[in-house]
Ligand binder design. Structure first.
Ligand SMILES: [Zn+2]
Length: 396
């Protein structure tokens, strides 16, 4: 059992206080409390107390962290499918050990203050369930230090590669929290059949849906409509996430309003990284309309790109840059997306700095949360379920 007293800490940059943690929960937040016997005291020196960072979109199975540098050599014309095929082939050629690589990424993430990860895991007819099993091993290894959800993800396409559907279903039976999907028109070239298949698996097995949708403009918007229709038909409101959804930043205002209505009516979450140079969802507008948002790192140091890191404060900074935000309150809105937004999509009802909630939080230098984002400080302490799991950037 873990009993902790954090002395002199400032929740979300507010006044200094003490926080008592008993049996993995936040028991009391007060400046004047009776200290129980046998307590571990953490002097926090006036640092910030922030909720644990939530990476709601990762690919921990495909990083090249710690390996020799690989120049990016994705062949032309660099469509999604070219990235996918290049990655699948190179992973085989390089003999990547998924269990080892995913464990390294999770360790680095925890050291950077991440307490929750939702990761997509590639499932295809070349690798079978190899990556899947590697990630499950990592999930087990870190079960006391991190909350992990898994998405069975047909990265290489589903209908175009016979045998993939059966493998996805196998992964779902082995405990996937969600079934993934990918660009139903441009990769599988049959959006209705692709989405019917994904939603059918979700419906029959009672898992969530999390779909990668990179398709632009009206094509992507059409897929959003199809996803909303299926969410409604199967009563899966609150269980569907669409990731990237660049099209929401491409359609005209009237059509965007119609899509927002569909998203709200079906309680669909939007995951955005603000990645790339093109359009991306207007996050503030979506938030103001009441749309649930989350964010993540996407693949880190992989065969797609080089700029993503495990650090979710870096993600908030990049998102802020892409959104053109300068005001602290806008940066803190994005930090909220990277914490509470992710915890909501992962259905953690006991998340957040409040008495009675699970003690998942970080102690980090900064006058305000925005300063912590800008300075990319390393957390002094990372606490998971009341246990200090990392300190000064080192896993304990
Ligand atoms: Zn992704």
């Amino acid at each position: 059992m873990s009993n902790l007293l954090l002395k002199n800490v400032r929740p979300m940059g507010g006044s200094a206080t003490d926080v008592l943690v008993m049996n993995d929960r936040i028991a009391q937040i007060d400046t004047d409390m009776t200290i129980p016997a046998s307590i571990n005291l953490l002097d926090c020196g006036g640092h910030l107390l922030l909720p644990g960072l939530v990476n709601a979109h990762a690919h921990i199975d495909k990083n090249l962290l710690g390996l020799p540098w690989r120049p990016n050599s994705v062949p032309e014309p660099r469509r999604i499918k070219d990235y996918v095929d290049n990655e699948r082939q190179q992973r085989i050629a390089l003999g990547i050990d998924t269990a080892k690589q995913s464990a390294l990424e999770v360790q680095m993430a925890i050291e950077a203050g991440v307490t929750h990860i939702r990761t997509h895991v590639d499932i295809d007819t070349d690798a079978g369930l190899q990556h899947w099993k590697g990630v499950l091993q990592t999930k087990e290894t870190f079960k006391d230090q991190l909350t992990m959800q898994t998405v069975a993800f047909p990265q290489s396409g589903m209908l175009i590669r016979q045998g993939t559907i059966e493998l996805l279903e196998e992964a779902v039976k082995m405990g996937a929290d969600a079934i993934g999907g990918l660009d139903p028109s441009t990769v599988d070239r049959d959006p209705v059949k692709h989405l019917d298949t994904v939603f059918d698996i979700a419906d029959r097995h009672g898992v969530e849906v999390d779909i990668h949708l990179h398709e632009p403009g009206m094509l992507g918007a059409f897929a959003v409509e199809l996803i909303a229709e299926r969410t409604q038909a199967l009563g899966l409101q609150g269980k569907v996430t669409i990731s990237h959804v660049f099209c929401l930043g491409m359609v005209d205002d009237a059509y965007l309003d119609k899509l927002i209505r569909l998203i709200l009516d079906n309680d669909i979450t939007i995951m955005s990284l603000g990645s790339g140079s093109g359009a991306f969802p207007p996050l503030k507008k979506l938030h103001d309309a009441g749309v649930k948002l989350c964010t993540g790192t996407d693949g880190v140091h992989d065969l797609w790109g080089i700029y993503n890191s495990v650090n979710m404060l870096d993600r908030v900074r990049l998102l802020g840059y892409r959104c053109g935000f300068r005001r602290d309150e806008d940066v803190e809105f994005l930090l909220d997306v990277a914490t509470y937004g992710g915890a909501t999509v992962m259905k953690d009802d006991n998340y957040g700095i409040k008495v009675g909630n699970t003690a998942d939080f970080i102690v980090i230098a900064g006058e305000t949360p925005t300063e912590a984002v800008v300075n990319q400080a390393v957390p002094k302490y990372v606490v998971k379920r009341g246990q200090v799991v990392a300190s000064d950037g080192k896993l304990l």
